[in-house]
Design a protein around this ligand. Structure first.
Ligand code: CU
Length: 286
C-alpha cells in the first residue's frame, strides 16, 4: 500500500496513476499544439476554423481516457500474468464500490460535458455554419452582417451541382467565392435528396427538393476547395464531385463579368428565382 494525500492505495494503482498523469501531461499539449492545427476541415473559412477548434477540444478530451487504457491494460497483463507451470484458479474477484463510483462518475461527467459542448457549438449557430434545417429552422447561423451577404443558391440534381447567383442574374456550374465576403448558401434540389459538402469551407447542408437550407460561411483564404455530394443519390452519385475557388474581390468581379457575358443567352430564359424547386413534372419551368 502507498499513502498519498491521506489516500491509501495499492502500489500498482499508484504506479498506473503516475504513468497516466505523465502521459496525459505530455499528450494533451502535443494534441493541442501539434495535431490540432492539422485536423480537418482546416482554416479556409471562419466556419471551418470553428469546427477545427471543436475537433481539437474533442481530441484533447480523448487523450486522458486513451492514455489510461493504453497504460492500464499492458501494465495489468504484464504485472498480474500467471507465472510458473501449474495452472490453477486465481483468487476470487470482488467488486470495489469506490472504483465503480469513480468510473461511473468520471465517464458520465465526460459524456455529459461532450454532449453539452457539442450542442452549444453547433446548435446556436454562432459557431457553426448552419447545417440547413429547412425553411423553418429551430435555430440558424445568422451573422449580424447577413444583410450584405453574397447569395449563392446551390442546386443539386442527378448528377451535378449548379450555382445560381441571384444578385447577378446567372446560373453556372462553377462555384467561385470572393475572399473575406460573407456568403449565404441556399441549398436545394431539383430531384432527389443530395447533400452539398464544401469540405474545406466547413459547410454541409442537405439539398432537398422543396426545401431551402441556409448555411453561412466567410472564406478567409484564396485557394480551391472540394465540393462533394454527401448523400447517395443514384448511380452517378460519385460524379457529383467538383472544385470550388475562393478568389480576391477584384478577380471575383472580373469572373462575374465574364460569366454574365458567356451565359447571357441562357440567363434570359432562366426560370424565375425561387427559394426551392420541385421535381418533374412540377419542374422549375412550371
Ligand atoms: Cu447527389
Amino acid at each position: 500500500m502507498v499513502s498519498i494525500l491521506g489516500l491509501r492505495m495499492p502500489r500498482e494503482l499508484f504506479r498506473i496513476l503516475v504513468a497516466w498523469a505523465v502521459v496525459s501531461a505530455i499528450g494533451i499539449p502535443a494534441v493541442w499544439f501539434l495535431l490540432g492545427p492539422h485536423l480537418p476541415p482546416g482554416t479556409m473559412s471562419n466556419s471551418a476554423a470553428d469546427q477545427q477548434f471543436d475537433n481539437t477540444v474533442l481530441a484533447v478530451c480523448v487523450v486522458p481516457v486513451a492514455a489510461f487504457l493504453a497504460i492500464y491494460f499492458p501494465y495489468c497483463l504484464v504485472r498480474f500474468r500467471h507465472r510458473g507451470t501449474t495452472f490453477e484458479d486465481g483468487p476470487p474477484l470482488k467488486g470495489d464500490g469506490r472504483v465503480m463510483v469513480a468510473w461511473i462518475a468520471g465517464t458520465s461527467a465526460l459524456v455529459l460535458f461532450l454532449a453539452g459542448w457539442g450542442s452549444w457549438e453547433l446548435f446556436p449557430g454562432e459557431h457553426g455554419a448552419g447545417g440547413g434545417q429547412g425553411p423553418d429552422p429551430l435555430q440558424i447561423a445568422t451573422p449580424a452582417n447577413a444583410a450584405g451577404a453574397l447569395q449563392v443558391q446551390v442546386i443539386g440534381q442527378q448528377w451535378q451541382w449548379t450555382y445560381r447567383y441571384p444578385q447577378y442574374g446567372f446560373e453556372t456550374d462553377q462555384l467561385v467565392l470572393p475572399q473575406g465576403q460573407l456568403v449565404e448558401f441556399h441549398v436545394t434540389s431539383l430531384d432527389v435528396i443530395h447533400s452539398f459538402w464544401a469540405i474545406q469551407l466547413g459547410v454541409k447542408a442537405d439539398a432537398v427538393p422543396g426545401s431551402d437550407n441556409v448555411a453561412f460561411t466567410q472564406p478567409g483564404r484564396v485557394g480551391s476547395f472540394q465540393v462533394r455530394c454527401a448523400e447517395l443519390c443514384g448511380i452517378w452519385h460519385g460524379h457529383m464531385f467538383t472544385e470550388g475557388r475562393v478568389v480576391t474581390q477584384s478577380d471575383f468581379q472580373s469572373w462575374v463579368g465574364q460569366q454574365k457575358r458567356t451565359l447571357a443567352p441562357a440567363s434570359g430564359s432562366l426560370p424565375p428565382y425561387a427559394p426551392s424547386y420541385y421535381p418533374t413534372p412540377l419542374t422549375r419551368g412550371g
